[in-house]
Design a protein around this ligand. Structure first.
Ligand SMILES: [Zn+2]
Ligand SMILES: [Zn+2]
Length: 278
């Protein structure tokens, strides 16, 4: 019997819909053997997912997906097996949380100055336990009926060209890779096919990148093959997952990428090797 894993999964601790415990139970139902929790810029869901995994008997890999930036390109760095309490890593997570909060508050202030009387409390309510961001501001604008739709909120106000847009604090891919390694993790370039900045890969490899995400819902089959080959060329591992969020906006179901178990074994043995190597 073929065995499958999903190494890219979000929870309600970032912008996913379901709490970590529920995501873990859904993974069991989906027949997956292993999942990695990779929330955006937070590891708040990791311990809860690990506990639930122990209870229901599925292997959960602690992970994160760091947002980094090079010029106009969003570069996502997945970090597998990060030690969530490692000091520099923990400090970064706290800094990112603070920065997100400050930014959301400033965006609301900008909206207020534009005559949109959105209250910050509504944004906090919408965000709940999640890492606060523009999607919550958009949903809050809809809830208070300042706009009719989520898309309108981005188009009119908070999209990149909108009058209430503010850039977020973002590190470089190299910084992201470094902090994941400091926390004992395995850094992997997430969905490189969406960034289309392959020329950055050699520099990222020099900074310590250890893998490329080949299987991803936004990678057509030829991109998947291409990134597998590229990983081999650079002596990297390759990974994959559904990038599950569970909302209408992001449709890929949990486990939908049919990532073979062997890919997890490669990741795990790479982790064991780096751990031994110190
Ligand atoms: Zn991503
Ligand atoms: Zn993701």
């Amino acid at each position: 019997m073929e065995r499958f894993v999903d190494l890219h999964v979000h929870t309600s601790c970032s912008d996913g819909v379901f709490p970590p415990e529920e995501v873990v139970r859904m993974a069991v139902e989906a027949g997956l053997e292993v999942i990695a929790i990779t929330d955006h810029d937070t590891v708040d869901g990791v311990k809860r997912a690990l506990d639930e995994g122990n209870k229901v008997g599925i292997e959960v890999i602690p992970g994160v997906e760091l947002s980094t930036r090079v010029g106009p390109s969003d570069i996502h760095i997945l970090g597998y097996y990060v030690e969530v309490d490692a000091p520099p890593f923990k400090e970064l997570m706290e800094k990112l949380r603070e920065e997100r909060f400050k930014r959301a508050k400033k965006i609301v202030e900008k909206l207020n100055m534009l005559g949109v009387g959105l209250s910050f409390e509504t944004v906090l309510e919408v965000a709940g336990e999640a890492t606060i961001g523009r999607p919550h501001i958009a949903d809050a604008l809809v809830r208070e009926a300042w706009v009719e739709s989520y898309d309108e909120a981005f188009r009119k106000y908070i999209g990149y060209d909108g009058p209430a847009y503010l850039p977020k604090y973002e590190m470089s891919p190299e910084e992201g890779i470094k902090v994941i390694k400091q926390a004992g993790g395995i850094p992997v370039f997430g969905h490189p096919g969406t960034a289309r900045r392959d020329e950055l890969i050699p520099g990222m490899v020099r900074a310590g990148l250890m893998g490329l995400e080949a299987f991803h819902p936004l990678h057509p089959p030829e991109a998947c093959r291409y990134y597998k080959d590229l990983a081999k060329k650079y002596g990297l591992i390759y990974t994959g997952g559904s990038d599950f969020h569970g909302s209408d906006r992001r449709m890929a179901p949990l486990g939908s990428q049919r990532v073979p178990y062997e890919i997890f074994l490669d990741l795990e043995s790479t982790y064991r090797r780096t751990k031994k190597g110190g």
